[in-house]
Design a binder for this molecule. Structure first.
Ligand SMILES: Cc1cc2nc3c(=O)[nH]c(=O)nc-3n(C[C@H](O)[C@H](O)[C@H](O)COP(=O)(O)OP(=O)(O)OC[C@H]3O[C@@H](n4cnc5c(N)ncnc54)[C@H](O)[C@@H]3O)c2cc1C
Length: 406
């Protein structure tokens, strides 16, 4: 039980590769992209995910790379600030977490931490999985077929492993009614501040920017709609959908949309959750968004992926080859935490993307109440749910028991 294939080399897959190597497993990662994928906005690390990062010894790099933002500022069409969520609110454990790091930077840190002994199959994908008594026979789109003891689906919301091992996506993915796009653009000509600037528009649409190094900025768009039919590999088609949706938008929207055509790291996807009654079948198991995506609305997706990787690897090491027992323990430990983390904020997608001028005004008032008024407790909720698991201690092959640092 020492030979593991991980599908997906992002937050979940790279975290798991790190831990499995420390426990002495042979690890191969198959990733569809030509390298660990760059891109994405700031993702937040909270609660127990920070403890796992400490145990991985990467907290110093994370702190060095963290974004230095004042928080989130909601602006009107003229760029005037109408409501703010400071990062310092609730000691950094409010809606904006104390440790926010660009997703691409975190991926780089995890890739370096996983080390040189992980085998990578880039530009490839699993084509078929056939389980035998002795292991899983895997064919790839490009690489020759191989047999692995275990296969982990850490390949995100649209997981190929989940589809091949458990059934079609519709059984697991719950669309929440909106889409997101993230991409990097030149900073020249933009009115940037140390805040993540968010502009909500009537029609349930939102454009946002944040500074990103000396010469670039990160743009984000979100909009409410019914499910869209498009080709997930056709980036130009996705950019066109976005450009049409935001044509004539207020604030700096048009400037951001004009820049989308040159964006090197464009990412577009639905806001959806994944719910699966079981995260494993036979020798195949799901991790991170593939098994329990929470969506940007609930947040905590990165935290769940990092914590899930720690628990899954630790339980596999502790079970001494009994993957059935390990998968059971992984589910038992993770389920309550995932359930908490997947809870959506009050108002759901409508709270995030108000449809009318009136609703936008209500949203700004709510933000003021949640940051300083009687609803402040709701704002602190995010932190509590991110801590609703106690990390077990495990014994790596290369040193002392991994336990909580005090
Ligand atoms: C480019 C990108 C940008 C993102 N930006 C943000 C953001 O700004 N804010 C936010 O909250 N969340 C963002 N996310 C999602 C966020 O990374 C996850 O919600 C969370 O970190 C859990 O990570 P994960 O590793 O489970 O899934 P993901 O980060 O989605 O990673 C899945 C990985 O699997 C790979 N993959 C997919 N299919 C296959 C296949 N068939 N074979 C091999 N590999 C495959 C993908 O290329 C990707 O590297 C982004 C994800 C990506 C991929």
């Amino acid at each position: 039980m020492r030979n593991v294939l991980i599908s997906g080399g992002s937050i979940a897959g790279l975290s798991l590769a790190y831990w499995l190597r420390r426990y002495g497993f042979a690890v191969a990662v198959v990733e569809r992209a030509p390298a660990p994928r760059p891109g994405g906005h700031a993702v937040d690390l909270r609660g127990v995910a920070n403890q796992v990062a400490e145990r991985m010894g990467i907290m110093k790099q994370i702190r060095r790379a963290r974004v230095h933002e004042e928080g989130m500022a909601y602006v009107d069409a003229q760029g005037r600030v109408k409501a703010t969520m400071p990062a310092t609110l609730f000691d950094g454990e409010g809606a904006v977490a104390e440790i926010e790091i660009l997703r691409g930077d975190l991926t780089d840190i995890l890739y370096a931490a996983a080390g040189p002994h992980v085998e990578y199959l880039f530009n490839d994908s699993i084509a078929s999985l056939t389980e035998h008594h002795e292991g899983v026979h895997v064919t790839f789109e490009n690489a020759p077929a191989r047999v692995f003891d275990l296969v982990v689906g850490a390949d995100g919301l649209h997981s190929t492993v989940r589809r091949l091992a458990m059934g079609p996506e519709e059984q697991f993915v719950k669309y929440l009614g909106a889409y997101n796009a993230y991409f990097t653009i030149p900073a020249a000509g933009l009115n940037l501040t140390p805040w993540f600037l968010v502009h909500t528009m009537p029609g349930a649409k939102l454009a946002a920017i944040r500074p990103d190094g000396p010469n670039t900025a990160k743009a984000m768009f979100s909009f409410k709609t019914g499910p869209l039919a498009y080709d997930r590999r056709d980036i130009r088609q996705q950019k066109r959908i976005l450009a049409e949706k935001f044509a004539g938008g207020t604030w700096q929207t048009q400037r951001l949309i004009d820049a989308v055509w040159q964006a090197p790291d464009f990412f577009f996807d639905s806001i959806s959750q994944v719910h699966a009654d079981r995260w494993s079948t036979g020798r195949v198991v799901l991790l991170g968004d593939a098994g329990y995506c929470g969506s940007p609305l609930s947040g905590n997706g990165t935290a769940m992926a990092i914590v899930g990787a720690y628990v899954l690897a630790g339980e596999l090491a502790a079970a001494g080859g009994d993957h059935v027992a390990a998968f059971d323990r992984y589910e038992t430990l993770m389920r309550p935490y995932v359930k908490e983390c997947q809870q959506l904020p009050p108002g759901g997608v409508d709270g995030f993307l108000p449809g009318s001028r009136l609703a936008i005004g209500v949203q700004r008032t709510m933000i003021k109440l949640m940051t300083s008024g009687p609803l402040a407790k709701l704002g602190a909720n995010a932190a509590q749910k991110a801590s609703s698991i106690t990390l077990p201690d495990y014994q790596p092959a290369d040193g002392p028991t991994v336990r909580a640092s005090r």
